[in-house]
Write a protein that binds this ligand. Sequence first.
Ligand SMILES: Cc1cc2nc3c(=O)[nH]c(=O)nc-3n(C[C@H](O)[C@H](O)[C@H](O)COP(=O)(O)OP(=O)(O)OC[C@H]3O[C@@H](n4cnc5c(N)ncnc54)[C@H](O)[C@@H]3O)c2cc1C
Length: 304
Amino acid sequence: MEELKCYMPKTLKEALEIKAKVDVIPLAGGSDLMVSHKRTMGLTPVFEKPVMIIRNLPELKRIYRNDKGECCIGAGCTSEEIAENTLCPWHLRQAASRMGAIGLRNSATIAGNIANASPKGDTPGPLYLLDARVKLSSVRGDREELVSDFIVKFRQIDLQPDELITEIIVPYSEDDFDYIFWHKVGTRKANAISKITVSQAIKFNKDDTVADYRVSATATGAKTNRSRDVENIIIGKKITPELTEQVIEAFDKVISPRAMPEFRREATRRMIRRFLSESAKRPKGKVIDTYEGYSVTGAPTPRS
Ligand SMILES: Cc1cc2nc3c(=O)[nH]c(=O)nc-3n(C[C@H](O)[C@H](O)[C@H](O)COP(=O)(O)OP(=O)(O)OC[C@H]3O[C@@H](n4cnc5c(N)ncnc54)[C@H](O)[C@@H]3O)c2cc1C
Protein backbone atom coordinates (compact mmCIF):
# COMPACT_ATOMS: atom_id res chain seq x y z
CA MET A 1 0.00 0.00 0.00
CA GLU A 2 1.30 3.47 -0.91
CA GLU A 3 2.33 5.52 2.12
CA LEU A 4 0.65 8.90 2.51
CA LYS A 5 2.22 11.93 4.05
CA CYS A 6 0.82 13.46 7.23
CA TYR A 7 1.42 17.16 7.78
CA MET A 8 1.51 18.60 11.30
CA PRO A 9 1.90 22.38 10.98
CA LYS A 10 2.69 24.31 14.14
CA THR A 11 1.17 27.62 13.06
CA LEU A 12 -1.80 28.74 11.00
CA LYS A 13 0.57 30.43 8.52
CA GLU A 14 2.36 27.12 7.97
CA ALA A 15 -0.99 25.30 7.58
CA LEU A 16 -2.22 27.79 4.97
CA GLU A 17 1.03 27.50 3.03
CA ILE A 18 0.67 23.71 2.95
CA LYS A 19 -2.99 24.05 1.91
CA ALA A 20 -1.96 26.36 -0.96
CA LYS A 21 0.51 23.82 -2.34
CA VAL A 22 -0.80 20.35 -1.48
CA ASP A 23 -4.24 18.74 -1.79
CA VAL A 24 -4.57 17.74 1.88
CA ILE A 25 -7.49 16.69 4.07
CA PRO A 26 -7.59 18.89 7.18
CA LEU A 27 -8.15 16.74 10.25
CA ALA A 28 -9.34 18.50 13.41
CA GLY A 29 -10.98 16.25 16.03
CA GLY A 30 -11.19 13.40 13.53
CA SER A 31 -14.57 12.27 14.88
CA ASP A 32 -16.19 12.40 11.44
CA LEU A 33 -13.13 11.61 9.33
CA MET A 34 -12.00 8.57 11.31
CA VAL A 35 -15.51 7.12 11.00
CA SER A 36 -15.91 7.93 7.30
CA HIS A 37 -12.48 6.38 6.53
CA LYS A 38 -12.73 3.39 8.84
CA ARG A 39 -12.00 -0.17 7.75
CA THR A 40 -12.78 -3.41 9.52
CA MET A 41 -12.02 -3.79 13.21
CA GLY A 42 -8.31 -3.76 14.05
CA LEU A 43 -7.24 -2.00 10.85
CA THR A 44 -6.33 1.68 10.85
CA PRO A 45 -8.38 4.07 8.68
CA VAL A 46 -7.09 4.72 5.17
CA PHE A 47 -7.09 8.19 3.62
CA GLU A 48 -7.02 8.75 -0.13
CA LYS A 49 -4.99 11.97 0.21
CA PRO A 50 -2.38 13.32 2.63
CA VAL A 51 -3.81 14.46 5.94
CA MET A 52 -3.00 17.73 7.69
CA ILE A 53 -3.60 17.67 11.45
CA ILE A 54 -4.83 21.10 12.55
CA ARG A 55 -6.38 20.35 15.92
CA ASN A 56 -3.69 22.03 18.03
CA LEU A 57 -3.06 25.19 16.04
CA PRO A 58 -3.06 27.89 18.74
CA GLU A 59 -4.62 30.48 16.39
CA LEU A 60 -7.74 28.29 16.08
CA LYS A 61 -8.33 27.86 19.82
CA ARG A 62 -9.33 31.39 20.90
CA ILE A 63 -12.77 32.56 22.05
CA TYR A 64 -13.08 36.35 22.38
CA ARG A 65 -15.28 39.37 21.62
CA ASN A 66 -14.23 41.56 18.69
CA ASP A 67 -14.52 45.36 18.73
CA LYS A 68 -18.15 45.11 17.51
CA GLY A 69 -18.98 42.90 20.52
CA GLU A 70 -19.44 39.83 18.31
CA CYS A 71 -18.41 36.46 19.74
CA CYS A 72 -15.49 35.00 17.77
CA ILE A 73 -14.87 31.29 18.18
CA GLY A 74 -11.70 29.66 16.86
CA ALA A 75 -12.42 26.92 14.31
CA GLY A 76 -10.55 24.38 16.45
CA CYS A 77 -12.56 24.92 19.63
CA THR A 78 -14.18 21.74 20.82
CA SER A 79 -17.81 21.30 21.85
CA GLU A 80 -16.71 21.09 25.49
CA GLU A 81 -14.73 24.35 25.26
CA ILE A 82 -17.77 26.07 23.73
CA ALA A 83 -20.27 24.59 26.20
CA GLU A 84 -18.16 25.82 29.13
CA ASN A 85 -17.42 29.32 27.86
CA THR A 86 -20.09 31.87 28.81
CA LEU A 87 -18.85 34.26 26.11
CA CYS A 88 -20.47 31.85 23.65
CA PRO A 89 -24.16 32.42 22.93
CA TRP A 90 -26.62 30.39 24.97
CA HIS A 91 -28.17 28.49 22.05
CA LEU A 92 -24.74 27.36 20.86
CA ARG A 93 -23.70 26.29 24.36
CA GLN A 94 -26.83 24.16 24.65
CA ALA A 95 -26.13 22.49 21.30
CA ALA A 96 -22.44 21.94 22.10
CA SER A 97 -23.26 20.48 25.51
CA ARG A 98 -25.57 17.83 24.00
CA MET A 99 -23.27 16.60 21.22
CA GLY A 100 -22.29 12.97 21.55
CA ALA A 101 -20.85 11.96 24.92
CA ILE A 102 -18.08 13.53 26.99
CA GLY A 103 -15.19 11.92 25.03
CA LEU A 104 -16.56 13.12 21.72
CA ARG A 105 -17.22 16.63 23.04
CA ASN A 106 -13.53 16.90 23.92
CA SER A 107 -12.44 16.18 20.36
CA ALA A 108 -15.26 17.33 18.04
CA THR A 109 -14.62 20.87 16.77
CA ILE A 110 -17.09 23.50 15.63
CA ALA A 111 -15.43 23.82 12.19
CA GLY A 112 -15.59 20.03 11.73
CA ASN A 113 -19.30 20.10 12.57
CA ILE A 114 -19.96 22.86 10.03
CA ALA A 115 -17.69 21.38 7.31
CA ASN A 116 -19.35 18.00 7.71
CA ALA A 117 -22.54 19.69 6.42
CA SER A 118 -24.87 17.13 7.90
CA PRO A 119 -28.50 18.24 8.31
CA LYS A 120 -28.37 16.50 11.70
CA GLY A 121 -25.33 18.49 12.88
CA ASP A 122 -26.10 20.25 16.14
CA THR A 123 -24.24 23.56 15.86
CA PRO A 124 -25.69 24.86 12.56
CA GLY A 125 -29.17 25.31 14.14
CA PRO A 126 -28.02 28.02 16.58
CA LEU A 127 -25.53 29.41 14.04
CA TYR A 128 -28.28 29.92 11.43
CA LEU A 129 -30.56 31.42 14.09
CA LEU A 130 -27.95 33.97 15.17
CA ASP A 131 -26.77 34.96 11.66
CA ALA A 132 -23.29 33.53 12.33
CA ARG A 133 -20.52 33.83 9.76
CA VAL A 134 -17.51 31.65 8.98
CA LYS A 135 -14.12 33.24 8.42
CA LEU A 136 -12.27 31.47 5.62
CA SER A 137 -8.53 32.03 5.36
CA SER A 138 -5.93 31.27 2.72
CA VAL A 139 -2.54 32.68 1.72
CA ARG A 140 -4.59 35.03 -0.50
CA GLY A 141 -6.31 36.58 2.53
CA ASP A 142 -9.54 36.23 4.51
CA ARG A 143 -13.20 36.29 3.55
CA GLU A 144 -16.42 35.84 5.50
CA GLU A 145 -19.67 34.14 4.61
CA LEU A 146 -22.91 33.38 6.46
CA VAL A 147 -22.85 29.80 7.78
CA SER A 148 -26.25 29.34 6.10
CA ASP A 149 -24.69 30.18 2.69
CA PHE A 150 -21.41 28.37 3.36
CA ILE A 151 -23.34 25.10 3.85
CA VAL A 152 -24.58 24.77 0.29
CA LYS A 153 -26.43 21.50 0.65
CA PHE A 154 -26.07 18.00 2.09
CA ARG A 155 -22.32 17.34 2.49
CA GLN A 156 -21.38 20.33 0.30
CA ILE A 157 -19.67 23.50 1.50
CA ASP A 158 -18.37 26.60 -0.24
CA LEU A 159 -14.69 26.04 0.64
CA GLN A 160 -11.95 26.81 -1.91
CA PRO A 161 -9.13 24.23 -2.22
CA ASP A 162 -6.57 26.51 -0.52
CA GLU A 163 -8.87 27.64 2.32
CA LEU A 164 -9.37 26.66 5.94
CA ILE A 165 -12.21 27.69 8.23
CA THR A 166 -10.44 29.75 10.87
CA GLU A 167 -13.19 31.40 12.91
CA ILE A 168 -16.91 31.45 13.53
CA ILE A 169 -18.31 34.90 14.27
CA VAL A 170 -21.66 35.16 16.05
CA PRO A 171 -23.19 38.66 16.09
CA TYR A 172 -26.19 37.88 18.34
CA SER A 173 -26.50 36.36 21.80
CA GLU A 174 -29.30 35.67 24.27
CA ASP A 175 -28.93 39.29 25.48
CA ASP A 176 -30.54 40.44 22.22
CA PHE A 177 -33.79 38.59 22.98
CA ASP A 178 -36.46 38.51 25.69
CA TYR A 179 -37.13 34.76 25.45
CA ILE A 180 -35.06 31.88 24.10
CA PHE A 181 -35.69 28.23 23.32
CA TRP A 182 -33.57 25.24 22.36
CA HIS A 183 -34.73 21.65 22.34
CA LYS A 184 -33.06 18.53 20.95
CA VAL A 185 -35.07 15.37 20.52
CA GLY A 186 -32.78 12.33 20.66
CA THR A 187 -33.23 8.72 21.58
CA ARG A 188 -30.78 8.90 24.51
CA LYS A 189 -29.45 11.52 26.89
CA ALA A 190 -25.91 11.12 25.54
CA ASN A 191 -24.56 10.02 22.15
CA ALA A 192 -27.90 10.80 20.54
CA ILE A 193 -27.81 11.98 16.95
CA SER A 194 -30.56 14.56 16.62
CA LYS A 195 -34.02 13.39 15.60
CA ILE A 196 -34.88 17.05 15.45
CA THR A 197 -33.58 20.20 17.11
CA VAL A 198 -35.44 23.51 17.22
CA SER A 199 -33.87 26.84 18.22
CA GLN A 200 -36.02 29.95 18.75
CA ALA A 201 -35.62 33.51 20.04
CA ILE A 202 -37.99 36.46 20.34
CA LYS A 203 -37.83 40.13 21.28
CA PHE A 204 -40.82 42.37 21.99
CA ASN A 205 -41.37 46.08 21.48
CA LYS A 206 -42.74 48.13 24.40
CA ASP A 207 -46.27 47.87 22.93
CA ASP A 208 -46.06 44.03 22.98
CA THR A 209 -45.63 43.75 19.23
CA VAL A 210 -42.84 41.43 18.12
CA ALA A 211 -39.58 43.25 17.34
CA ASP A 212 -37.67 40.13 16.26
CA TYR A 213 -38.51 36.43 16.00
CA ARG A 214 -36.29 33.62 14.76
CA VAL A 215 -36.74 29.88 14.37
CA SER A 216 -34.39 27.25 12.94
CA ALA A 217 -34.65 23.47 12.82
CA THR A 218 -32.12 20.73 12.12
CA ALA A 219 -32.79 17.22 10.81
CA THR A 220 -35.78 18.56 8.90
CA GLY A 221 -34.42 18.59 5.36
CA ALA A 222 -31.25 18.50 3.29
CA LYS A 223 -29.77 21.28 5.43
CA THR A 224 -30.73 23.27 8.51
CA ASN A 225 -33.93 25.23 7.92
CA ARG A 226 -34.58 28.88 8.65
CA SER A 227 -36.73 31.36 6.70
CA ARG A 228 -36.88 35.11 7.27
CA ASP A 229 -40.14 35.18 5.25
CA VAL A 230 -41.76 32.90 7.82
CA GLU A 231 -40.44 34.94 10.72
CA ASN A 232 -41.65 38.17 9.12
CA ILE A 233 -45.27 36.91 9.41
CA ILE A 234 -45.20 37.77 13.10
CA ILE A 235 -42.72 40.65 13.25
CA GLY A 236 -44.40 44.00 13.98
CA LYS A 237 -47.58 42.29 15.21
CA LYS A 238 -48.94 41.06 18.55
CA ILE A 239 -48.89 37.29 19.03
CA THR A 240 -52.32 35.73 18.60
CA PRO A 241 -53.24 32.04 18.30
CA GLU A 242 -54.23 32.68 14.66
CA LEU A 243 -50.90 34.32 13.81
CA THR A 244 -49.04 31.52 15.59
CA GLU A 245 -50.83 28.96 13.41
CA GLN A 246 -49.88 30.98 10.32
CA VAL A 247 -46.20 30.83 11.34
CA ILE A 248 -46.49 27.10 12.00
CA GLU A 249 -48.15 26.47 8.65
CA ALA A 250 -45.57 28.55 6.77
CA PHE A 251 -42.61 26.84 8.51
CA ASP A 252 -44.17 23.46 7.77
CA LYS A 253 -43.90 24.34 4.07
CA VAL A 254 -40.20 25.24 4.46
CA ILE A 255 -39.10 21.98 6.07
CA SER A 256 -38.87 18.71 4.14
CA PRO A 257 -38.04 15.86 6.52
CA ARG A 258 -37.52 12.54 4.77
CA ALA A 259 -37.43 9.94 7.54
CA MET A 260 -40.33 9.98 10.04
CA PRO A 261 -41.74 13.11 8.35
CA GLU A 262 -44.98 13.33 10.33
CA PHE A 263 -43.19 12.95 13.67
CA ARG A 264 -40.69 15.65 12.75
CA ARG A 265 -43.38 17.98 11.42
CA GLU A 266 -45.60 17.55 14.47
CA ALA A 267 -42.69 18.01 16.90
CA THR A 268 -41.70 21.23 15.08
CA ARG A 269 -45.29 22.54 15.14
CA ARG A 270 -45.59 21.85 18.87
CA MET A 271 -42.30 23.53 19.70
CA ILE A 272 -43.18 26.68 17.76
CA ARG A 273 -46.67 26.78 19.29
CA ARG A 274 -45.31 26.31 22.80
CA PHE A 275 -42.63 28.97 22.45
CA LEU A 276 -44.87 31.61 20.92
CA SER A 277 -47.84 31.03 23.25
CA GLU A 278 -45.63 30.96 26.37
CA SER A 279 -43.60 34.02 25.45
CA ALA A 280 -46.84 35.94 24.73
CA LYS A 281 -47.64 35.52 28.44
CA ARG A 282 -44.37 37.37 29.20
CA PRO A 283 -43.20 35.05 32.02
CA LYS A 284 -40.36 36.08 34.38
CA GLY A 285 -37.63 33.70 33.18
CA LYS A 286 -35.86 34.00 29.87
CA VAL A 287 -35.68 30.35 28.84
CA ILE A 288 -38.86 28.69 27.65
CA ASP A 289 -39.10 24.92 27.81
CA THR A 290 -35.57 23.61 27.54
CA TYR A 291 -34.23 20.52 29.13
CA GLU A 292 -34.32 20.46 32.92
CA GLY A 293 -31.16 21.59 34.67
CA TYR A 294 -30.07 24.27 32.20
CA SER A 295 -29.86 27.86 33.39
CA VAL A 296 -29.92 31.01 31.31
CA THR A 297 -26.48 32.41 31.86
CA GLY A 298 -24.58 29.62 33.61
CA ALA A 299 -22.82 26.75 31.92
CA PRO A 300 -25.23 24.00 30.88
CA THR A 301 -25.16 20.80 32.90
CA PRO A 302 -23.31 18.36 30.65
CA ARG A 303 -24.81 14.99 29.84
CA SER A 304 -22.13 12.34 30.16
C1 LIG B 1 -20.06 8.62 18.30
C2 LIG B 1 -20.33 9.92 17.58
C3 LIG B 1 -21.34 10.73 18.06
C4 LIG B 1 -21.62 11.94 17.42
N1 LIG B 1 -22.61 12.73 17.92
C5 LIG B 1 -22.87 13.92 17.33
C6 LIG B 1 -23.91 14.76 17.84
O1 LIG B 1 -24.58 14.47 18.82
N2 LIG B 1 -24.14 15.93 17.19
C7 LIG B 1 -23.41 16.31 16.10
O2 LIG B 1 -23.66 17.39 15.55
N3 LIG B 1 -22.42 15.53 15.59
C8 LIG B 1 -22.13 14.36 16.19
N4 LIG B 1 -21.14 13.55 15.67
C9 LIG B 1 -20.41 13.98 14.46
C10 LIG B 1 -19.06 14.71 14.73
O3 LIG B 1 -18.54 14.41 15.99
C11 LIG B 1 -19.18 16.22 14.59
O4 LIG B 1 -19.61 16.55 13.28
C12 LIG B 1 -17.86 16.95 14.90
O5 LIG B 1 -18.14 18.29 15.23
C13 LIG B 1 -16.83 16.92 13.79
O6 LIG B 1 -15.70 17.66 14.20
P1 LIG B 1 -14.22 17.10 14.10
O7 LIG B 1 -13.32 18.15 14.59
O8 LIG B 1 -14.11 15.77 14.75
O9 LIG B 1 -14.12 16.95 12.51
P2 LIG B 1 -13.13 16.08 11.62
O10 LIG B 1 -13.57 14.65 11.60
O11 LIG B 1 -11.72 16.35 11.97
O12 LIG B 1 -13.43 16.76 10.20
C14 LIG B 1 -14.73 16.75 9.64
C15 LIG B 1 -14.68 17.49 8.29
O13 LIG B 1 -14.39 18.87 8.52
C16 LIG B 1 -13.23 19.26 7.80
N5 LIG B 1 -12.58 20.28 8.63
C17 LIG B 1 -12.31 20.23 9.95
N6 LIG B 1 -11.79 21.39 10.38
C18 LIG B 1 -11.71 22.20 9.30
C19 LIG B 1 -11.25 23.54 9.10
N7 LIG B 1 -10.78 24.29 10.10
N8 LIG B 1 -11.33 24.05 7.86
C20 LIG B 1 -11.83 23.32 6.84
N9 LIG B 1 -12.27 22.06 6.96
C21 LIG B 1 -12.22 21.50 8.19
C22 LIG B 1 -12.44 17.98 7.62
O14 LIG B 1 -11.54 18.04 6.54
C23 LIG B 1 -13.58 17.00 7.38
O15 LIG B 1 -14.02 17.09 6.05
C24 LIG B 1 -20.85 12.34 16.28
C25 LIG B 1 -19.82 11.51 15.82
C26 LIG B 1 -19.55 10.30 16.46
C27 LIG B 1 -18.43 9.44 15.94
